[in-house]
Design a protein around this ligand. Sequence first.
Ligand code: AMP
Length: 434
Amino acid sequence: MSFKELGLSENILKAINECGYTEPTPIQAQAIPHVLMTRDLVGLAQTGTGKTAGFTLPMIEILAGGRAKARMPRSLILEPTRELAAQVAENFDTYGKYTNLSKALLTGGTSLDEQIKKLDRGVDVLIATPGRLLDLFDRGRILLNDIKILVIDEADRMLDMGFIPDIEKIVSRLPPMRQTLLFSATMPPEIKVLTKKFLSNPREVSVAPPASTADTVEQFMVWTDHRKKYDVLGDIIRKEKVQNAFIFCNRKKDIAGLASWLNKKGFDAHPLHGDMVQSARTRTLEEFKEGKITLLVCSDVAARGLDIKGLSHVFNFDVPMNPDDYVHRIGRTGRAGMAGRAWMLATKDETKYVDAIEKRIKKPVPVATLAGEKEREREPKLKFQEDRKPPRHEQKFEKKIDAPQRSERKPDREDDGEGVVGFGSEMPSFFGKK
Ligand code: AMP
């Protein structure tokens, strides 16, 4: 299947060619024909699958065939975060460079005046976060009466972020006769309800979630405790050949502290979270993309869907409470067939989240043991009764007392006696003696 066979015209094919894409990704091959036929569509796909081009390419095709630079915008793309909106806007510029279409990026944290000026000149495509769009609408600066295509992207994340009431408000201001596309990585009941309400007889397309495609990501986990987490992370980063990495924290308030600790230890780390002013967020992200920053300490929301090519590592400083977040996080690395490595630090009280992750990815996360941890844990091990099944985190260290090692773990959590996976013949000192 080629892009040409999908029914895209020359000026779009030329732009795609310049991107170096040789063939459509599965989500593009499935979605583009439906969108071109102006059908409503539900796409079950995450970032990294090429879904953005899956809707932007046919939208450009449809809009370029109509009246360009109309007074009122003809399409609206809703994104949960500013960064994602900016990324989609970049996609529009790239794929639409041989068309005459104009767009406005409407997100918080940037000048309202600039956005209003742009709107007053007339645009074809609005790419917006819900809050800013409603703000402009309520100020009477935007008319949505001519919207013919609506895209609700990352719907499940919109739900997590509490945007559904805003989305409902926005949709109630749109003409009922329109084409609606909804993309979501998962389909929780609330999103199902939304699709029933907002879409009419939609076609459904889906691609395998990264849980089944993350074969290019080598995963590791270390059991530790709260007091030692900083040092353990520092040790791992030192031992790994980290080119560039995301370090995920569960709590926004931990991000700045961890970034500053890492800097004190000589690492090049910067924070990225929603409470930073937009200019700082954009600058940090640009510098990270350009390779000027090595480590980005971030929250799920800030990093959601960011398309950073060739990320070598992902570190989970905390175990994500939602197993889907684990899949999203580690999906930031190992993209497009490139090898990536994902590490996770887990504490005793996070055992249930680890279990949920392993259930979600349908395999155990291989466990690494640190020498210091082993020594500290030796004592409680002796207290186990023969017939008493120790808690999970203790089972792990118990298996490792004599020969700390990690490798592919069997589902019954017995070690298979192989060496430390991922370090080749070189055993880092923090794994203890072989
Ligand atoms: P997305 O899932 O939309 O965030 O896209 C992930 C990455 O895939 C982006 O860097 C795109 O530039 C890239 N991409 C999209 N479509 C293709 C394609 N057909 N061939 C190769 N790369 C693609």
